[in-house]
Ligand binder design. Structure first.
Ligand SMILES: NC(=O)c1ccc[n+]([C@@H]2O[C@H](COP(=O)([O-])OP(=O)(O)OC[C@H]3O[C@@H](n4cnc5c(N)ncnc54)[C@H](OP(=O)(O)O)[C@@H]3O)[C@@H](O)[C@H]2O)c1
Length: 361
């Protein structure tokens, strides 16, 4: 199962909106085949593993990181492929919460006389597809805030200048985060201050996905009053930008003709409803959202308890107390109101530190 999970990890950039699954087929205690899910519309891990091997797998065991599918989607059910190959035992790390599967895959295998074992390395397997699993269970994508800050916790100078806080190695690492994400989200003030492209600029081989196309994530802008310039780089030319706004007048037609998808969203609470935005992204089969925004939007997401993970790149420099903070959480006044986090990883990248944390709401 460890090998299956490691194999699944290699597919994380290429399978969305499908989960990245790994499959290892063992015959006579030897690995006969390993495979991961191919890009959406192509073979799933189990079918790919069966196709890849010319060994007779009759009587073998398949280790799969997620319950095999049992429905006809863009590809035939994996349960049918497993049954017709004569596999006798299937070990799955976890069930698939997708209502189309959710135990029906296990039932189909058992009905065909296959022994099914569940739960092996379930937590490790779940981490590979945290976004997909969250979307299936809650109707919301996984939200990760990424920010670069100085050692004194500053993310931009008072003027808005923020290039560059961290070094090239850390910025290359951000490219890996982008490549894994289905959407990059930002606020209008970052668009106006930086005119960012928010695209993946590494090649397939630099991303470790040789042979597969580099997929560009959606680019999402929260812009209540449609202040995004029609020539903003983030709009791009690939019709993969979405502007959530509350105003049907102004620059909308210019923005739409420049290729942006403009979506009106609820502002009953006084600002764009962030949960509604995320739910709409989940409806578009977006599993993982990477937020690259300033202190205003990141704080709003934290306050609404919509953040699953925070990835910080910390540069060994001091930007001074007039510079802007990481989160605009100025309403926290007493220690009891502090938002508790848990560190889940740290590493040095070039001259900078990368720290990952999850909020303990
Ligand atoms: N160091 C880093 O990692 C990093 C990353 C990104 C940006 N930055 C820097 O951050 C600075 C901009 O930060 P910022 O805090 O001013 O802007 P921001 O967080 O990027 O954008 C905030 C704006 O988004 C809009 N918005 C729409 N719906 C919202 C909602 N529900 N909650 C919150 N905001 C919502 C609001 O404008 P409307 O009301 O007009 O819609 C709001 O003023 C720039 O200088 C940029 O360089 C740094």
């Amino acid at each position: 199962m460890s090998l299956a999970i490691e194999t699944a990890r290699r597919a994380r950039n290429i399978t969305t909106p499908n989960p990245a699954i790994g499959c290892v087929i063992v015959v006579d205690e030897k690995v006969a085949s390993t495979a991961h899910t191919m890009p959406a519309g192509d073979l799933h891990a189990e079918a790919q593993a069966l196709l890849k091997t010319d060994r007779d797998v009759m009587g073998g065991t398949a280790y799969v990181t997620l319950e095999p599918c049992c429905h006809h989607g863009k590809t035939p059910p994996c349960t049918e492929a497993i049954i017709s190959a004569g596999i006798k035992r299937v070990v799955i790390a976890q069930r698939d919460p997708n209502p189309l599967v959710a135990g029906k895959g296990v039932a189909a295998l058992q009905a065909a006389g296959i022994e099914v074992e569940e739960g092996l390395l379930a937590n490790e397997a779940a981490q590979v597809n945290a976004g997909f699993l969250k979307r299936m269970k809650s109707g919301l994508p996984k939200v990760t805030i990424k920010a670069a800050m100085s050692m004194d916790g500053r993310t931009a100078m008072a003027s808005g200048e923020s290039k560059w806080i961290t070094g090239t190695s850390a910025r290359q690492d951000v490219q890996q985060l982008r490549a894994r994400s289905c959407a990059i989200m930002t606020g209008i003030e970052t668009v106006l201050a930086d005119d960012p492209s928010m695209t993946v600029r590494l090649s397939a081989s630099e991303l470790g996905q040789d042979g597969f196309v580099v997929r560009q994530p959606w680019r999402v802008i929260l812009d209540t009053n449609m202040r995004t310039p029609a020539n903003a780089k983030i709009i791009g030319e690939d019709s993969r930008s979405i502007i959530f706004h509350a105003d049907s007048s102004g620059e909308k037609s210019a923005l739409e003709s420049s290729g942006a998808n403009c979506v009106i969203v609820d502002t009953d609470s006084g600002s764009i409803d962030l949960k509604s935005v995320l739910a709409q992204l989940a409806e578009r089969e977006i599993n993982e959202v990477l937020v690259e925004a300033g202190a205003t939007l990141t704080a709003a997401l934290v306050k609404e308890r919509l953040v699953d993970e925070i990835v910080l790149y910390i540069a060994p420099k001091l930007m001074g107390s007039k510079a802007r903070p990481l989160f605009d959480l100025s309403t926290i006044a007493i220690m009891d109101d502090a938002i508790q986090l848990e560190f889940i990883g740290f590493t040095q990248i070039g001259d900078d530190l990368k720290i990952r944390a999850i909020p303990k709401y």
